[in-house]
Design a protein around this ligand. Structure first.
Ligand SMILES: NC(=O)C1=CN([C@@H]2O[C@H](COP(=O)(O)OP(=O)(O)OC[C@H]3O[C@@H](n4cnc5c(N)ncnc54)[C@H](OP(=O)(O)O)[C@@H]3O)[C@@H](O)[C@H]2O)C=CC1
Ligand SMILES: Nc1nc2c(ncn2[C@@H]2O[C@H](COP(=O)(O)O)[C@@H](O)[C@H]2O)c(=O)[nH]1
Length: 327
């Protein structure tokens, strides 16, 4: 495979600025039937999102995807969001009970705006069958299918009816898939995104491996409509998860959805737990992301996200931080 690189190997090349202030740059994105403030979505993981955060995000114009690890809570969640006129966005798996769940959503008029099929190895007949099941029973729902790491998988899931595909096998901060199986896009996630983006005819979500806000701009440059982020959203005041003090510093837990902490057993474990430094308010991070992305758009020489999609780039293998550890 040629042209393999990751986020830290790439720098985007600036164009002449067309705005007087970065605040003129518009970071909004249309995704499905809705427009969101940022092309960013917190990962659908139990230590990243809960109902309170989902509501905050929806009320403030951000996209969200609720996780699927409290399956029995999903209907009441949809109901509460619908009562408030908010976007509804949930996750499902592929086990037999999930088929019944989809049928019940239809019968009980609890059709969500977005459903994400959240599976480790999304290039599979199990995911194709679930896409088709959702599209048969609730065709109006926007279906995000994943995760995948190849152009073939993107095409196959799109052909099965997916409205968007999620790209990233193993680049995540708490991922150990690459170590346990030897497979994935870890270390070349941005190049995999580029290949998938070229094959896609519908939106793609870049998932995993985002370590700096600049990586969001790079993801958009290489084809992402939306960027899913876990670790940068972990550790906030609002983040679910255990808090503790280590060496006088407050830290919060962040664990993988395929970790034994999530699964409750040590079987097919492909995720780990770590503690991240406490980061303050989620709102402050979202605002900083928006400002950094506005700045990126200004360097791209435009005033909307589209400007980022056409900028030139250079490969500066492992050198953009000049040896500094910035994250
Ligand atoms: N983005 C990523 O790189 C990764 C993400 N994850 C996250 O971990 C969570 C758990 O994922 P997952 O294990 O798929 O969910 P589930 O535990 O719900 O498994 C879903 C179904 O797929 C089967 N399955 C899982 N992996 C494979 C595989 N490699 N080959 C064949 N069948 C498989 C499972 O059977 P059985 O368990 O019996 O094999 C099960 O029937 C998800 O939230 C996922 O996003 C996990 C790993 C990688
Ligand atoms: N291989 C695994 N990947 C996982 C697991 N739990 C979540 N994930 C993926 O990571 C991203 C978040 O990545 P980050 O670099 O932003 O922290 C998340 O969206 C999932 O796709 C897991 O247990 N194993």
């Amino acid at each position: 495979m040629e042209n393999v690189f990751d986020y830290e190997d790439i720098q985007l090349v600036p164009n002449k600025c067309i705005v007087e202030s970065r605040s003129e740059c518009d970071t909004s994105i249309q995704f499905g039937n809705h427009t969101f403030r940022l092309p960013v979505v917190p990962a659908n993981m139990q230590t990243i999102i809960d109902e309170k955060i989902a509501m905050y995000l929806a009320e403030n114009g951000y996209f969200y995807i609720m996780h699927r690890f409290q399956p029995e809570a999903r209907k009441a969640f949809i109901e509460r969001m619908q009562e408030k006129g908010l976007v509804t966005s949930i996750s499902v798996g592929v086990k037999p009970e999930e088929y019944t769940f989809i049928e019940e959503l239809k019968q009980q008029e609890l059709v969500p705006d977005y459903i994400t099929i959240d599976i480790a190895h999304g290039h599979s007949n199990a995911v194709i069958r679930m896409i088709q099941h959702i599209k048969t029973h609730i065709p109006e729902t926007f279906v995000i299918a994943g995760n995948v790491g190849t152009p073939e998988a993107v095409r196959e899931l799109e052909n099965a009816g997916a409205d968007a595909t999620k790209v990233g096998i193993g680049p995540g901060k708490v991922c150990i898939t690459k170590i346990k199986t030897g497979f994935g896009t870890g270390g070349w996630q941005l190049a995999a995104l580029r290949l998938c983006g070229k094959a896609a005819t519908k939106p793609i979500i870049a998932d995993g491996g985002i370590r700096t806000h600049g990586d969001i701009a790079k993801s958009v440059r290489f084809g992402a409509s939306m960027v899913m982020i876990g670790s940068l959203f972990a550790g906030h005041d609002e983040s679910p998860g255990e808090v503790k003090e280590v060496d006088g510093k407050v830290v919060k837990e962040y664990f993988g959805s395929a970790s034994e902490f999530q699964k409750g057993e040590r079987k097919n474990v492909e995720g780990k737990k770590m503690f991240v430094e406490h980061k303050g308010k989620l709102q402050d991070t979202l605002i900083e992301m928006e400002q950094d992305l506005q700045s990126a758009i200004s360097y791209a020489g435009g005033d909307t996200l589209d400007a980022l999609r056409h900028v030139d780039y250079v490969v500066v293998k492992n050198s953009i931080f000049n040896g500094d550890k910035v994250y």
